[in-house]
Design a protein around this ligand. Sequence first.
Ligand code: DC
Length: 231
Amino acid sequence: MKKKLIIAIDGYSSCGKSTFARAIAKELNYIFIDSGAMYRSVTLYALRRKYVGTGSIDEQGIVQELNDIHIEFVYNPDIAEYETFLNSENVEREIRGIEVSAHVSRISQIPEVRYRMVELQRQIGVYKGIVMDGRDIGTVVFPDADLKIFMTASVDIRAKRRFDELEAKGLRVDFDEIRKNIISRDITDENRDISPLRRAEDAIILDNSRMTVDEQMTWVFRIIDEKINGS
Ligand code: DC
């Protein structure tokens, strides 16, 4: 039987981590987990329950209800993709909106939220044969992952990609607002006390500013083939 891997993909927001991770998972027939979607789902829950105000967050309220937040990834055969479900509701579209994006960094800094998400991510990982993308997958969630990739790309390119993605989904968006949101999320992700975004020592850097998805796939499959069929 072929060796099954845990592949950890971390990096800055809007680098195309999910697209890349999803494509790898499809090619290998692995499970794909978008860990950012989990933090986004908690954020949506908190917004709906009014635990997030203009300047304040009721952390205690969120933490108290963590056990009521059920997140699943359900395969949709019509689009051949996994979609995010929050308490049995398909929230895939809503969690990508600007309101969730504006608050998710702060929600993902709540220690109890992180512990719970990491616990769920590790439970999924016991099956191996998974590709998970996020910020702390190679450093905290799976420090022994078989392959770790750290993705980066320029701010302007990332803002353009996010803009195109949201527009394609029919959401009305402002480019400058997206750009600002990316910059501020980079700062928060890199400087937070708990699980800050950083490259694991054994992660391979992929700067995809000038690479197509096909080029990235060729690059990564050289490494993956070696891991699966090599020594
Ligand atoms: O990848 P994304 O933009 O969908 O992630 C949304 C937010 O969630 C991002 O601001 C950082 C946070 N996040 C995190 O803290 N840890 C992860 N493993 C994944 C995402």
